[in-house]
Write a protein of this length. Structure first.
Length: 88
């Protein structure tokens, strides 16, 4: 799969909660994807403890991704979302 096929995809929790969209991919020195950089929806940003940022962003480790298809699905449910989101 190409990076351009992942960037822009919607990100959801395993129980269907809409988190946001993929903005970018973070790579390691050996060119492996380590994290997805996300543009969060306001509800997801609130869930993670953000206070109405203008453009809320976050990152998720690639280990928190359950799969990539039409959507990027995270391994967690909505209630556990704050545990996988990282501040950037």
């Amino acid at each position: 799969m190409l990076a351009k096929e992942v960037i822009g995809k919607e990100v959801v929790t395993r129980d269907g909660g809409l988190v946001g969209r993929v903005l970018d991919l973070e790579l390691t020195e050996d060119w492996r994807v380590s994290r997805l950089i996300l543009s969060l929806r306001r509800e997801a940003a609130r869930s993670a403890g953000a206070r109405f940022p203008l453009r809320p962003k976050s990152a998720v480790e690639i280990s928190a991704v359950a799969g990539v298809g039409d959507l990027v699905t995270l391994i967690c449910g909505w209630a556990d979302l704050p545990s996988v989101l990282e501040k950037i």
